[in-house]
Design a protein around this ligand. Sequence first.
Ligand code: CP
Length: 335
Amino acid sequence: MAVSHSVPSLPAETRSVRNPQLGPNGSLTHLLTLEGLPAEVIRHILDTAVPFTSISERDVKKVPLLRGTAVFNLFFENSTRTRTTFEIAAKRLSADVINLNIGASSTTKGETLLDTVDNLVAMNADMFVVRHSQAGAPHLIAAHLNRTGRNHVHVVNAGDGRHAHPTQGLLDLFTIRHYKRDFANLTVAIVGDVLHSRVARSLIHGLTTLSTPDLRVIGPQTLLPTAVQSLGVRVFHDMRAGLLGCDVIVMLRLQSERMRGALLPSAGEFFKHYGLTMEKLALAKSDAIVMHPGPMNRGVEIDSAVADGEHAVILPQVTFGIAVRMAVLSILAGN
Ligand code: CP
């Protein structure tokens, strides 16, 4: 089977709707992608998340910003971090959270995605958090709601195929800003399977929108999208050269579930050339941070000594994800 290395595009029915995530006055109606999202909207989300980071230190870990709001988690694909942190975020905002058990739902009997959505809207859903293996599924739902005059119901993309994962991109931006203050003068390297990574695509859009001056992708030709330079990145196939002087290193998992055909000789060979070890990390700046969106495959893209070492900020990324998702949900709710 032929392997497509191009940047994925959305189905025609979703492309026809022009930026469906912004309302007529430019306010955020849905969060579908960081591509084309204005810098001031991204900064507003990051700034809104800051006070939410301290909520876990309070006796009462809740605020009433989403009281009476029904948030439906629709995860058609597996998740540990995103689904759980969205649930925590919504509950900390006092929302009612409904986790649809997709495996036990009527989608298994042939009901279409949009029919499922219409039925949940009939149950007074206010927000959908959607993960789907098909690129464009959250856009399709948002466009359907907009077209049918129900844009008071909000959609958040929790990862669609290899297209976008905007809240992961935002929590990655939040983490970088937390440790490095701002994006001016930063050198950021994203390493590994960029081709299949919605995380990489969202982070690249976020970092370029916030004017990060030196953004690099590092990987073998087979795991980089064709014309990836058009996204505003520099390409390195030699990991040692690409890591020189970096402030931030973002490691990516090999996403074998999205690979068609053999793109690598072996996992062992990949680790030899593109796995992050302490020896390669030493080429970056002495205060470099190491990030990973998870799930990690130790010994494939990252050595345990690095994953558990003092440069890693992988678990703080997860914790910041709660605050960032609280910010997104509360902004969508109009708070
Ligand atoms: N980073 C991320 O999306 O992790 P999950 O697949 O566990 O949600």
